[in-house]
Design a protein around this ligand. Structure first.
Ligand code: CA
Length: 512
């Protein structure tokens, strides 16, 4: 049977292809034959009508496809993919794009050049679990249900409560595929804070923060199932570097979900201690201490794995439709005078005061980059402040997802700002932390920053416009601003029985 004919019981009919050729419009005819739709008495009327309908259908289809793929309206309807890469403990001063000279971070430097770098982006607070809880819930520490690291035995941390809404839940409800990898720290799988109860379709890595201290653990979790790693003893160097598997899982997940809108929260554990790496690479031949070499290699591994994610997006052709955030979850974990802090000049010449578990800028300001080709300006360096609790409302605007019901988010959408516009206006940024014997607080209003290292401690006041290193406490000369800071600190927070304001004797802060 010829492809131009298809059979029936009694006779053969011309196929649609043959019909189209017979009745092709004049402009398709090479020899400019007379129009075949005109007065062809020997062609059945029914056949001409069928051919006409097929032609009209084809023309309508071509026009519709063209509009969907080329018009601004069609493009605007395509939801962007959203990736948030959160590094555990990386500091501004660790990255070349912020001034680091010894540690090499070419991928993050390129991401900064291709996107926007933020000098005044703030974390949720200055330790892991509450900082990422703020990122996920859109709440600052005055309202966030997790306000410190709190360990649960035998595994896990204080969980996000059942009624707490997350950005992943909203994006999932809007049709996004969702996944998280690396370190979770917001509730084990059998608690209300399980990633699967908080909007995630997929999980790979460490649920518990203590478990994540080992880079050669005896197991990880693939979803909520243990994934054994024979050859590792969890106490030192072993056969399998956990980050290798986590990175592989992330890249495989991206490939699998390239055709649908997705949200990936990639919480990379590097360069948090313990300081363990499988290869020292370019740092092996230096005359640095073993810890300095290891730390530098961990930051460079973080860098190359971020580069690996960006490369997969390009390979999959979804680079232009994917917005990628990169940030640290708190400031440096090293005292500036320590072997690491001093050697790598993490404070960038003393630019930022303080480090992890504190309320000064070195604890709260993050390395933060956002890249979205064609949408987020390339090479922009912004001095406008924003904070982790802005991510949830930003993701809502990007995706068109509905805001959670009965929840007032503390953040503001950054979409217009990220695209090159002005930063949203707001009254203040607020932080607190309940790690040591004293609950500590900080508030920023305009360029004024107030710190209170305990409920009965005096409020310190700094003018960040001229004193970003917080060296001159102006509290005595500005009593009106101190009173304002105290009033705002009171307004910003709601008491939570799980996190009472502690005013105990100063001591060594509890380490997680
Ligand atoms: Ca951290």
């Amino acid at each position: 049977m010829s492809p131009l004919w298809y059979g029936c019981r009694r006779r053969c009919h011309p196929s649609p292809a043959l019909l189209l050729w017979r009745h092709r419009p004049d402009w398709l005819s090479i020899n400019r034959l007379p129009a075949r739709f005109n007065a062809r008495g020997n062609v059945p009327v029914r056949e001409r009508r069928i051919a006409m309908r097929i032609w009209i259908g084809l023309v309508v289809s071509v026009v519709a496809v063209g509009l969907a793929t080329s018009s601004p309206a069609g493009a605007a309807e395509k939801k962007p993919n959203i990736i948030f890469i959160l590094s555990d403990d990386v500091a501004q001063g660790d990255l070349g794009c912020y001034g680091q000279k010894l540690i090499k971070t070419p991928n993050l430097d390129r991401m900064a050049a291709e996107g926007t770098r933020f000098e005044q982006a703030y974390c949720g607070t200055s330790v892991c679990a509450p900082s990422r809880s703020s990122l996920m819930t859109g709440l600052h520490m005055g309202h966030c249900p997790v306000r410190a690291n709190r360990e649960i035995q035998p595994e896990g941390q204080f969980p996000l409560p059942a009624g707490t809404a997350t950005v992943a839940q909203s994006l999932k409800a809007a049709g996004y595929a969702t996944a998280t990898a690396g370190k979770w720290g917001m509730g084990m799988f059998d608690t209300t804070g399980s990633p699967f109860k908080k909007g995630m379709d997929h999980f790979f890595g460490y649920n518990c923060q203590r478990h994540a201290h080992s880079y050669f653990p005896t197991y990880l979790y693939n979803d909520d199932k243990r994934f054994e790693l024979p050859g590792n003893d969890g106490k030192g160097i072993g056969q399998t570097y956990a980050q290798d598997l986590i990175q592989n899982d992330v890249q495989a997940w991206l490939r699998k979900h390239k055709d649908q809108p997705f949200f990936l929260f990639y919480a990379i554990t590097l360069p948090h201690g313990r300081f363990e790496i499988d290869k020292l690479g370019q740092y092996e031949s230096t005359n640095w201490t073993p810890q300095q070499k290891t730390y530098a290699a961990m930051v460079s591994r973080l860098d190359s794995d971020v580069g690996g994610v960006l490369n997969v997006l390009k390979e999959l052709g979804i680079d232009d439709n994917t917005i990628v955030f990169f940030a640290g979850d708190n400031g440096s974990s090293f005292d500036p005078k320590s072997e690491i802090g001093k050697h790598f000049d993490q404070t960038i010449g003393g630019k930022l005061r303080g480090f992890k578990r504190g309320m000064y800028e070195g604890a709260l300001r993050q390395a933060a980059l956002v890249r979205w080709p064609g949408k987020v300006p390339a090479g922009r360096v912004s001095q406008d402040p924003w904070a982790f609790w802005d991510f949830f409302p930003t993701a809502l605007e990007l995706s068109g997802a509905d805001a959670p019901k009965d929840v007032k988010l503390d953040g503001k959408s950054l979409v217009s700002f990220l695209k090159g516009g002005d930063a949203p206006k707001r009254n203040y940024f607020y932080w607190e932390l309940h790690e040591g014997p004293k609950s500590i607080q900080a508030i920023r209003f305009g360029d004024w920053k107030a710190v209170r290292n305990g409920p009965s401690a005096p409020i310190e006041l700094y003018d960040l416009s001229v004193d970003v290193a917080e060296t001159k406490n102006l509290a005595v000369s500005k009593p009106d601003l101190v009173a304002k800071a105290e009033k705002l600190m009171k307004e910003a927070r709601v008491d939570d029985p799980n996190w009472p304001m502690k005013d105990g004797k100063a001591g060594t802060p509890k380490k997680k």
